[in-house]
Design a protein. Structure first.
Ligand SMILES: [Zn+2]
Length: 203
């Protein structure tokens, strides 16, 4: 789609389109960003473009917890200050950060990278459930299901719990405090802390 009907150079149009493809960025903002880029020094623009490529090329999933990392194994999984017998299962890296912000959780994590959603055609094999099951050996004592409240998060949590229980591991889920339909990412630290503290065993 051409935005200005030839009034601007093609390269500027293309740049604007790229910015407009970012989540939450409308055409007007995209155009402002494109003009901003033009006003920067070559070095600054180079650094920006390097950061994009380096992030894309250098960041992968931690083989243990599946969180994003630029190291072989992420710092949380490598840390001997973390309790490796407790795994907190979250939907994505943003939710992991939310739990981490409470500073009250000392275990390790497992990042699902999504939830099961028949509507969006996301099945159990599309998220990292198998990777989680592989981590359950005798050394893991508790798995805390911290998926977001709401139908898909709940269903995913139940699905995983059913797979985990026969493996002889205690499965708990976050308790009160997180409103149904709410999102861990936006829960305040105190609310999330209470939900974590008051977690209950999954029946
Ligand atoms: Zn990790």
């Amino acid at each position: 789609m051409r935005i200005t009907d030839g009034a601007l150079p093609n390269a500027l149009e293309r740049l604007t389109e790229q910015f407009a493809s970012l989540p939450g960025v409308g055409m007007k903002s995209a155009q402002r960003m494109a003009f901003f880029v033009l006003a920067q020094s070559d070095e600054k623009v180079q650094a920006f473009s390097d950061a994009l490529l380096e992030a894309k090329r250098g960041i992968h999933r931690c083989p243990e917890c599946q969180n994003l990392t630029d190291l072989d194994t992420c710092p949380l999984c490598r840390s001997d200050r973390r309790d490796h017998s407790t795994i907190c299962v979250v939907e994505g890296p943003k939710e992991l950060l939310a739990v981490e912000r409470t500073r009250e959780y000392g275990g390790v994590y497992h990042v699902l990278h999504g939830v099961i959603s028949p509507l969006r055609r996301i099945g159990p094999e599309d998220i990292t459930i198998n990777e989680l099951l592989k981590r359950i050996d005798g050394s893991v004592h508790e798995v805390i299901m911290a998926t977001n409240p709401g139908a898909e998060g709940e269903a995913t949590s139940m699905y995983i719990s059913r797979l985990l229980r026969p493996l002889g591991v205690k499965v708990t889920r976050l308790a009160y405090g997180i409103p149904v339909g709410g999102n861990l990412e936006f829960a305040d630290d105190a609310t999330l802390y209470r939900a974590l503290e008051g977690r209950v065993e999954v029946e």
